[in-house]
Write a protein that binds this ligand. Structure first.
Ligand SMILES: Nc1nc2c(ncn2[C@@H]2O[C@H](COP(=O)(O)OP(=O)(O)OP(=O)(O)O)[C@@H](O)[C@H]2O)c(=O)[nH]1
Length: 362
């Protein structure tokens, strides 16, 4: 009898907006142990930036953008995995021995995991081998209070990576550890700085078994099963953010995402002025901001800026442009900040002309 496990292991990397998932992924993909691993990156916004900032050949990265794999683009995840498996069998991509799936920061992990455990086309080919959740040491506790998705991400994890401990006051990691232990007493916790983690601490976490988790987790998976088996009463297309027709927890009400593309280069000082203004005035509601910016003073290398709630990380100048597109692209995930305010402040503080701002992905 053939006792060899032919299922391809899938590691799910989750964690709230800006908690450091891509930073961990980037570090992992550079490690020799991760040769032969393919990453699927899911981005919420209509303009995707993460895949540009992850080092790796096109063979190793797949992007699922403009929606969340926990709801609106769940079918895309199934298709992407089925397609990868088919191309692997056909020999049209280098053989891979593991897939890493990075969810969006707003993902409810329960429907994602349920899909991986039950979807035809995935079952029999793949098996979940560990759920890893990043938790930001600076924003983590506040995020847990405000966003139920964050609690679910932690509750289902096999490994918890507490990130940004370099930015947190000394007692925060211990307090956060206690909070995390209360939500998920079985997950192994590691403190991680700038994504640097030993792959052995993240991979091979073992088959995911929701029945061995807290009563809440068991209940969430039962609800996901019931929702999957129930005939849909209405046949509308799930638009993600506010749709609850699959029975899973909907994303927080009032959260929206938009992107701006700016054609003309932006003066560095003026952009810094705008950032200061936005962070001071709207930081709390600016759940996530990421940007690749064409700086007038240095057109051959873009500036990358990350904001996570009130924390703005120091901008990083890349060595060069990651693709032929040299326009500035700004992605916002906000709670109740109208796009118009952002556009107005960009014109006023960053000296951007209104005519150079495009509203949607081109
Ligand atoms: N100082 C510090 N910064 C970190 C650390 N980990 C991540 N960051 C920074 O935090 C910001 C957000 O990190 P990402 O890895 O993009 O976070 P993410 O979870 O992938 O973000 P989303 O995909 O938008 O949810 C970036 O500026 C990172 O450089 C850390 O341990 N220390």
């Amino acid at each position: 009898m053939d006792t060899v496990d032919h299922h391809i292991p899938v590691t799910v990397l989750t964690g709230f907006l800006g908690s450091g998932k891509t930073t961990v992924l980037n570090h992992l993909l550079r490690q020799p142990e991760l040769n032969g691993v393919v990453a699927i990156i899911n981005e919420f916004g209509e303009v995707a930036l993460d895949h540009l900032l992850v080092e790796g050949s096109e063979d190793r990265l797949a992007l699922l953008d403009n929606g969340c794999i926990c709801c609106s683009v769940r079918e895309d995840l199934i298709e992407a995995l089925a397609d990868l498996a088919a191309r692997r069998t056909a020999g049209t991509i280098p053989p891979f021995h593991r897939v890493l799936v990075e969810t969006t920061g707003l993902a409810d992990p329960v429907p994602v995991l349920h899909t991986l455990m039950t979807a035809p086309g995935i079952v029999g080919r793949y098996r979940i081998d560990g759920v890893v959740a990043t938790v930001d040491a600076v924003n983590g506790a506040r995020t847990l209070d405000a966003h139920p998705e964050a609690t679910r991400q932690i509750a289902v994890a096999d490994r918890l990576l507490v990130t940004k401990t370099d930015l947190a006051s000394a007692d925060v990691p211990a307090r956060l550890d206690a909070l995390l232990a209360a939500i998920n007493p079985v997950a192994v916790r590691h403190h991680v700085r700038n994504g640097i983690v030993d792959p052995a601490k993240v991979l091979d976490a073992g088959l995911f078994d929701p029945s061995a988790r807290s009563a809440d987790v068991v209940r969430w998976f039962e609800a996901a099963s019931q929702a999957a088996n129930a005939p849909h009463e209405h046949a509308h297309h799930c638009e993600g953010e506010h749709c609850d027709h699959h029975g899973h927890h909907a994303h927080d009400q009032g959260i929206s995402s938009y992107s701006l593309i700016i054609d003309e280069p932006i003066q560095r000082d003026a952009f810094a002025r705008w950032l200061d203004y936005v962070a001071a005035l709207k930081g709390e509601d600016l759940l996530r901001f990421k940007a690749i910016v064409n700086v007038a003073e240095q057109p051959d290398a873009p500036l990358v800026v990350h904001g996570v709630q009130h924390v703005f990380h120091p901008p990083i100048m890349l060595d060069g442009w990651p693709s032929a597109d040299r326009r500035s692209r700004l992605v916002f995930i906000v709670r109740g900040i109208p796009r118009q305010i952002i556009e107005n402040t960009l014109c006023k503080f960053a000296a951007v002309s209104r005519a150079s701002i495009q509203r949607s992905a081109a």
